[in-house]
Every structure is written in structure tokens, then in C-alpha cells.
Design a protein around this ligand. Structure first.
Ligand code: ATP
Length: 680
């Protein structure tokens, strides 16, 4: 109750209705959040702040929400921060009149660019007090930096950063110094601006928490605008449920926040519905180790086994010109327009893929039946051999250009394999059974060989028949099977969830090689012998989204050709940084340090013999608990498979997944292997 009470009081007393939200107020909230690890406290602090913004300066609620989760816009807008360290250091130096050399020295000592910036500003004599920053101003400034492109972009980005930093307050009282030892620097605006630029706020404020906090804020405001009454647990829970249900179908603060402000939380469900043009976060599958496990899970239920095509996830949205449904206008500057209607394609990460697949959009009218006026379709795009009329390996698809593709120039043809329908003719289908969704899908579209096909499936419950289907899928260049529940609530589409109701069975699991992981490259070791001029091995990490930290999981030196190592050396050299980022959780051991560290940019798919507890690596340490000797999980005999261009570092295998894989392996009673965790 005390946390709830806190969220109904204004946290920041001196700002009046209609004032723009002071950025200092947001930073004060950030610094309070930084001092706690308790989720309920974080939620209460956030909710209190959001409630105050919604009450006093509602027009600033959207930028406040976005800055809180370290974003500038929804993913589909394609605006990204994650500015490289060298540009940030340059800007800190230039805006504070210190040389780059000194900034670099500070960075070596402190290791957190946010604190380096705060310290540089604190040391700077100020002639006059700069005009206070506002949340809206900072959001606009960051947006400008993120969207600057073309010639001289780097210089203009540096100018943009300088402008923000010069106006930033350091957040220190007179005579107070920054306590870098505890890695906290007070409510420093400079520090949080740098963190936003780096793309990691490190406040433990994941999107999921923010959804809850925003729901609580709106419930509190509804129950008692003057903050005199505290909402009940029940009211808060209901508010959360409403918000989550809406966000699942329409993950866009750009649409939800104005609706919240206009009608409040209880009218949100009616105001915001799944809408073509706003991509849903895709449903994901859990790995299984055997067909036996699949049968155990789905015992007594009807399920279906589909081919697991090896291409790129694609969510296709369409609205016909003569439909009553509208295409979301907040999105899709490049949406494909044809004589039939407006369409767009979104990736697994909700990025706009219309510039990559104009060929799909231009052919869309040939496979959409006339009565189909609006839809959202879940599919896999797969490279297609036109002559042999068969699927090509994933690597072929990766050779396609990513942007500004002209439909007539396309060399690698793709076929769309549709496997789910989430919206049809003005109605959301996510809460209908899969059997119904699939029937509707078969009726709404027409197959066109080599261009649009339904994912192949079989509904057998006999293990021999499933085994045969699995073998056939592999022969057809697929990765294996996706097994899905057919009926009831369990078969509903669960956006953004890695669900038990979708199981993947890859041919490799069955060979005993284990699931593959998608890991972020954090560092490298110089090669020895034949490999002296390149990196010979790399340090990889999984991602912990709750803490916004990359946790090291292995060193890898196997699976690379010489040519590939040369290429990797070239691309990675430009990403070298002086020391690990503060959001790299890695061993401090003297002998465990890679020769170079990188900006986090690349995701690689890696196979492993199995997972083991390790004294050196940090993956999933919080999930599994440490025992004094072992710090986390590591991979035994990891092998490089391929670069995952379609995944961003934050979409890497999560610490939770690593923990799950480890536990599963333990529970199947595998012999425990000694903790030898490197193969080089
Ligand atoms: P990976 O693709 O490496 O297995 P992932 O994390 O990208 O991992 P998963 O949830 O593990 O995704 O596997 C599901 C993916 O498989 C989907 O994202 C989709 O791209 C692809 N896929 C291929 N065929 C199907 C299908 N019939 N049903 C659902 N997904 C499919």
C-alpha cells in the first residue's frame, strides 16, 4: 500500500499545469530508480511521475514514456540511437572544452561515458546558466541526432550532441563531487543524455514495466485526480490487464497514449484495436529436444505439425482501397500502394521491410482474393529456385539487398510461405483458435506457385508419421517442424510470447547437437600461427533485457573459414572500443580479458555441444543463482554457424532462455560434464 500511495502523489513539486515537463524532473526520477532494484519501487516511482505528467502536461506524456524506455519512436519507424563511442567522446570534448585525449583518459578510468560527460561538465566553469532542458526538447534533440543522414552526417550528429550537453545540468550541489565508485552520479542530465545516446538507459525499466506503470498512473488519475484516494489492488490489476491486452494487439505508444489521454484507461479497449499498419510483436516458439517431448506436451490435444521454413519472418499488412478499414497513418512512410490498396511488410523486429521486398508487394494482388479487403498475415519469406521450383538455403536470401530494391532488378526470388492470419476484413483474429484462423486463411488467399504458398502441414498424432514429416521437411530444405496447438484458448495467437503452445523441432536437436543460440559479439583475441593478422577467437554474450546488460557466455574459435575471419576482422576493426561498456557483464579475471572489445552490433548463430556452469562466464547468473565458484552458464564446444543479420543485439538469446536450456538439459539427466568451457 505504501508504494501505491507514493504513486498517487506528485513527485516533483515545482512544475505548474501546462508547463513543459522539465527534463531535470525526469532525471530525478531516473536517479531514484537507479538506487533501487525492487521492481515494485521502480513501478511506483515511474507511475507517480507519469501520473503527474498526464495530469499537468498531458501533451508531454508521449515523449516522457519514450525517453523512459530509451526509445524515440516505435520500432517500425526505424529510428535508432546506439551512437558509437568515438562520436560521443568527441562531442563531450568539444562541448566542455576538454581535449579528446583527456576524455579518453577519463573513459579509461571511469568506464561509463555518462559519468565522463557529467564529470567534464562539472569541471567546466559556466558563465551563465543555460536554459533548462525540457523532456520534449531532449526528445526532439535526440530525434534529430538519430535521423541525421547523408554527407557530413557525423559532424552534424556531434553538433547535435554538443547542443544537448551544453544545456545539460550536472545535477550536483555546490561542492558535491561525482561518486564514480558507486557508479551513480546523482540526477545528472548529462549522464542520462549520454545513456540515451548509447541506447541503454540501464534502469531496469524494460518495456513491460513501463506498460504496468503507465496503466497504474492512468488508474490512479481516474480514481482520484487530486491524489487524495489510493486505487485498490483490484483496480490496478484490471488496469494492467486492459493495457496489456491493448498493447499486445497494438504495440504503439504513438496511438495508445493519445487515446489514454482522451478517454482514460477504461475506454482504451474500445478505442484501440489491432490495426493494419501497426505491426504486432510476433509469437515465438520454444525449443524441444525430441518428438517424444512434443507428444508429452500436447498429450490428448489436437495439434498440427508445419514445416519450419528457413527464411525471414514477415508480417504482411494490407487494406484495400474499397475497405472501411483504415491503414494506420502513424506508420509506413514507404507502404506499398497498388491499384488494389495499401500494403506493408514488417520484420521479426517490427522494422519496415517494404523497401527490401517491393517484389512481394507488387505481386500481392495476384494472391489476395477479391473478397479479402484487409488482413495481417504471418509468414516466412524464403529464397526460391525458379527453375528447380524449390526452396533455397537461408544464405541465398541474405544476399539480397536490404534497401532501395527495385522489383525488376531482383535476382534472388522469394516465395512467401503463409502460416497464420491475425486480422481479416476488419476483425482481429488473435483470440480465435488456430484451426479457425487457418481455415479463414485458406479461404482468403490463392496459392501462386513460387510466389505465395501456405506452409505445408500434417495433423497426425502418430510418432512415426511425424518422424516421416520431419524427414520430408528436411529434404525440402526446411529446418524441421513447428508444432502448434489447434483448439481452445491455448491455440490463440500470443503476440511477443515465446509460447509453450508453439514448439520447434529442428533436425539438429534430434542429432543431439542441442539448440542453437544467437549471441552478440563483444570482444576478440588476436590470432596465433596462421591467423596472426586477424582475430582468431571471439567472446560472445547473451542479452538480459531486464537489466539491459550483455552477459558473456563463451569464447569461440571454431566454425570459421580463413576467408570469413579476414572479412570479420575488417568489419569488426571499426567497432573497437577502449574498454568494455558498463553494460557488459564479463569476468574481471586478468586472464579472461579479450585483446579487444567492440561496440555491440553483430549477432551470430552458434551451436553448442551442451551448457555447463562456469567460473568465468556470466550468462543467466541471476536466474540460476551463483554458488561462489560458478558465476554463470557457458557453452561447451561452441561452433559458429552464421551471421544473423535479421537480429539486433537486443533480440539475441536471452539470459532466461539460456537458463531454461541449461535446466532442461539437467532435467533430462544428462551426465554432468566437468566445467571446461573453452575449446581453444
Ligand atoms: P530460430 O529461427 O533460430 O529458430 P527465432 O528465435 O528466430 O529462432 P523461433 O521462435 O525460435 O524464432 O522460431 C520460429 C521462427 O521460425 C519464426 O520466427 C519464423 O521466422 C520461422 N518459421 C518458419 N516456418 C514457420 C512456421 N510454419 N510457423 C511459425 N514460424 C515459422
Amino acid at each position: 500500500q505504501s508504494t501505491l500511495k507514493a504513486s498517487t502523489k506528485d513527485a516533483y513539486p515545482d512544475w505548474k499545469a501546462g508547463d513543459p515537463v522539465p527534463y531535470a524532473a525526469l532525471c530525478t526520477t531516473f536517479s531514484k530508480i537507479e538506487l533501487t532494484t525492487k521492481r515494485l519501487e521502480i513501478l511506483a516511482l515511474c507511475a507517480a511521475f507519469l501520473r503527474q505528467v498526464a495530469r499537468l502536461s498531458p501533451e508531454d506524456l508521449l515523449p516522457t514514456v519514450l525517453l523512459m524506455i530509451g526509445k524515440l519512436a516505435a520500432d517500425y519507424a526505424g529510428v535508432e540511437l546506439g551512437i558509437g563511442e568515438s562520436l560521443i567522446m568527441k562531442a563531450i570534448g568539444e562541448s566542455t572544452g576538454r581535449t579528446l585525449k583527456i576524455i579518453k583518459e577519463d573513459q579509461q578510468k571511469i568506464g561509463d561515458l555518462g559519468l565522463v560527460a557529467a564529470k567534464s561538465r562539472a569541471n567546466q566553469p559556466t558563465m551563465f546558466k543555460p536554459k533548462a532542458l525540457t523532456v520534449r526538447g531532449v526528445h526532439e534533440g535526440l530525434m534529430k541526432i538519430a535521423t541525421t543522414e547523408g554527407q557530413g552526417a557525423q559532424g552534424r550528429k556531434v553538433d547535435g550532441i554538443k547542443k544537448l550537453l551544453s544545456a545539460a545540468d550536472v545535477g550536483l550541489a555546490k561542492g558535491q563531487t561525482i561518486d564514480i565508485n558507486i557508479n551513480k552520479g546523482g540526477p545528472s542530465e548529462a549522464k542520462f543524455i549520454i545513456r540515451a545516446l548509447e541506447g541503454k538507459m540501464r534502469l531496469g525499466l524494460a518495456d513491460k514495466n513501463l506498460q504496468v506503470a503507465l496503466a497504474h498512473a492512468m488508474v490512479a488519475l481516474d480514481v482520484s485526480p487530486d491524489g487524495q484516494k489510493v486505487p485498490s489492488e483490484d483496480q490496478l490489476k484490471k488496469g494492467e490487464e486492459v493495457f496489456k491486452a491493448v498493447y499486445n494487439e497494438l504495440p504503439s505508444y504513438e496511438v495508445i497514449v493519445p487515446a489514454l489521454l482522451q478517454g482514460g484507461i477504461w475506454k482504451l479497449r474500445a478505442a484501440c484495436k489491432l490495426q493494419p499498419g501497426v505491426p504486432l510483436k510476433p509469437m515465438l516458439a520454444k525449443p524441444t529436444k525430441s518428438l517424444g517431448e512434443v507428444l508429452d506436451r500436447f498429450e490428448g490435444k489436437d495439434f498440427t505439425c508445419e514445416y519450419k521454413y528457413d527464411g525471414e519472418r514477415a508480417q504482411i499488412h494490407f487494406v484495400a482501397h474499397d475497405s472501411e478499414q483504415s491503414f494506420a497513418t502513424t506508420v509506413a512512410p514507404s507502404a506499398g500502394k497498388s491499384e488494389r490498396g495499401v500494403s506493408n511488410i514488417f520484420s521479426r523486429n517490427s522494422e519496415d521491410l517494404s523497401k527490401k521486398y517491393p517484389d512481394i508487394l507488387s505481386k500481392l494482388p495476384t494472391w489476395v482474393k477479391n473478397g479479402t479487403k484487409s488482413f495481417v498475415l504471418d509468414c516466412e519469406t524464403v529464397a526460391w529456385d525458379v527453375e528447380k521450383k524449390q526452396v533455397l538455403p537461408f544464405q541465398q536470401l541474405m544476399t539480397r539487398k536490404k534497401k532501395d530494391v527495385k522489383a525488376e532488378d531482383v535476382k534472388v526470388k522469394v516465395c512467401v510461405f503463409a502460416f497464420d492470419l491475425l486480422f481479416l476484413n476488419g476483425e482481429a483474429l488473435v483470440n480465435k483458435p488456430f484451426r479457425v484462423r487457418r481455415d479463414l486463411m485458406y479461404n482468403a488467399f490463392e496459392e501462386v506457385e513460387g510466389e505465395f504458398t501456405f506452409a505445408k502441414y500434417g495433423n497426425s498424432r502418430e510418432i512415426e508419421e511425424i518422424q516421416t514429416l520431419l524427414e520430408e521437411s528436411v529434404k525440402a530444405s526446411c529446418e524441421g517442424l513447428m508444432v502448434k496447438m489447434l483448439d481452445g484458448v491455448e491455440s490463440h495467437y500470443e503476440p511477443s510470447r515465446r509460447s509453450q503452445n508453439w514448439l520447434k523441432v529442428k533436425k539438429d536437436y534430434l542429432a543431439g547437437a542441442g539448440d542453437s543460440l544467437d549471441l552478440v559479439v563483444l570482444g576478440a583475441y588476436f590470432g596465433k600461427g596462421k591467423r596472426t593478422s586477424v582475430y582468431g577467437a571471439f567472446q560472445l554474450a547473451c542479452y538480459n533485457p531486464d537489466k539491459e546488460v550483455y552477459e558473456t557466455v563463451c569464447n569461440i574459435g571454431t566454425g570459421f573459414s580463413e576467408a570469413m575471419l579476414a572479412e570479420l576482422h575488417e568489419t569488426l576493426s571499426s567497432l573497437v572500443i577502449d574498454r568494455p561498456k558498463p553494460f557488459y557483464d564479463h569476468s574481471e579475471g586478468k586472464n579472461d580479458q579479450p585483446d579487444v572489445w567492440f561496440e555491440p552490433r553483430f549477432v551470430w548463430e552458434v551451436k553448442t555441444a551442451d551448457l555447463t556452469l562456469s567460473p568465468r562466464y556470466r550468462a543467466a547468473a541471476a536466474e540460476l543463482g551463483t554458488d561462489g565458484v560458478h558465476k554463470g552458464v557457458s557453452l561447451r564446444f561452441p561452433r559458429f554457424i552464421r551471421v544473423r543479420d535479421d537480429k539486433k543485439p537486443d533480440a539475441a538469446t536471452s539470459s532466461r532462455q539460456v537458463a531454461e536450456m541449461y535446466r532442461k538439459q539437467e532435467s533430462v539427466g544428462k551426465d554432468k560434464k566437468p566445467a571446461v568451457d573453452d575449446d581453444f
